[in-house]
Design a binder for this molecule. Structure first.
Ligand code: SF4
Length: 370
């Protein structure tokens, strides 16, 4: 039975996939090219209203306005680091209290021209997984973003890059607020839009989806043969230490992760990247490095050793340089491909979630280890 609420409810066009948008225009009995036009307005030109869709007739725009909406996230503020990193804060449409962050990490050629322009996007407002070192985890979980809200972050920053550097973004990493695979459909749909020629047209090889290790979804990525890169936030190389800082490890331990990673590799033959935050006197001993090397050898993989951005109120601290050196030497001995990632934007609270917390987000729900 159709209720008055159903009739009144407008369709959010930015929650529809490309196929669903085609169905929507078909139901309205519009010519088939109209769905591509709408898609381009939404995801290539990034318009905020139907009035800006100038190749649609006035009548059609009026008709669409009556039945549909095109909500867009709103840029609230940004902070620029001395190293060029820019952190953005966005407000979700109609939700005063819900904000998400994105970060642009530019790299430059020696002559100062922009080389790689990486955008780190958020996939959720807050996060349910409560990792002890993470500002987003401390905030709790509010809701998942739609794919439109994820693409909006990329689009806003892509346009800014065109203006500032004369070229668009080159890479997208899903490593901002939230656990991307806990919002599987929106993340995959947004990545598919970003790679679409009628949108930004980025190569899937330039997109990395990261996860704390949700094994079911890792296998799903493999079964669906999703063409994006996979990164695993490991941060500890044995169950005891991982249990201590990442509650997810209680439910899905390293043995289960190993099985999922092997399944993924067997299906896709694509190397995996591990992310390993190095914490002082916690996970930075030579024995930790040897255990990490064992994990990196499950399947062909590489590892990024990341120097942590200290977060106020978090006991874990960034490792010291001499401990990093000893750790790296141990990995080299085991022929592991490892890169040290220096913290970017330390002067602008660039650890994910820090800016949103500063902006006064309320507390949401969290899974915590007792
Ligand atoms: S590190 Fe990732 S999964 Fe863990 S709390 Fe932060 S956002 Fe969530």
């Amino acid at each position: 039975m159709t209720t008055q609420t159903d009739v009144d409810e407008k369709v959010n066009l930015k929650s529809l996939t490309k196929g669903e948008l085609e169905n929507f225009t078909e139901e309205l009995e519009l010519q088939s090219f109209r769905s591509d036009q709408l898609f381009q307005w939404l995801y290539q030109k990034g318009v905020h209203s139907f009035d800006e869709m100038t190749n649609l007739s006035k009548d059609l725009r009026a008709r669409l306005k009556e039945i549909a909406t095109v909500p867009t996230i709103e840029h609230v503020r940004q902070q620029e680091s001395e190293d060029g990193t820019i952190k953005f804060l966005f407000k979700l449409q109609g939700e005063e209290d819900h904000k998400v962050e994105s970060v642009l990490i530019p790299e430059f050629y020696p002559d100062g021209a922009a080389d790689r322009l990486t955008v780190c996007v958020s996939s959720q407002v807050g996060c349910v997984f409560g990792c002890s070192f993470c500002a987003t985890g401390a905030m709790g979980f509010f809701r998942s973003l739609t794919h439109g809200e994820i693409v909006d972050q990329v689009q806003y920053i892509d346009a800014l890059c065109e203006e500032k550097f004369g070229k668009g973004i080159t890479n997208v990493v899903y490593m901002g607020m939230g656990e991307p695979l806990h919002n599987y459909d929106a993340v995959v749909n947004s990545a598919n839009i970003i790679t679409d020629e009628l949108s930004i047209g980025l190569s899937p090889k330039r997109i990395t989806v990261s996860t704390v290790g949700l094994t079911k979804q890792i296998k799903k990525l493999a079964d669906e043969r999703q063409p994006f890169n996979l990164a695993i936030s490991l941060h500890a190389a044995n169950d005891e230490k991982r249990d201590e800082i990442m509650p997810i490890n209680n439910a899905m331990n390293l043995e289960q992760l190993e099985e999922a990673v092997k399944y993924y590799y067997q299906k896709l033959h694509r190397p995996i990247t591990y992310e390993y935050l190095l914490f002082d006197e916690f996970n930075d001993t030579p024995e930790d490095a040897r255990q990490l090397a064992d994990i990196v050898q499950w399947v062909p993989s590489k590892v990024n050793i990341i120097m942590y951005n200290n977060v106020a109120g978090v006991a874990l601290k960034k490792a010291r340089e001499q401990r990093l050196d000893a750790f790296m030497q141990e990995l080299v001995k085991r022929d592991i491909t490892a890169t040290v990632r220096r913290s970017r934007g330390e002067d602008i609270d660039a650890g994910c979630g820090q800016l949103a917390i500063k902006d006064g987000q309320e507390k949401g729900k969290t899974i915590r280890k007792n």
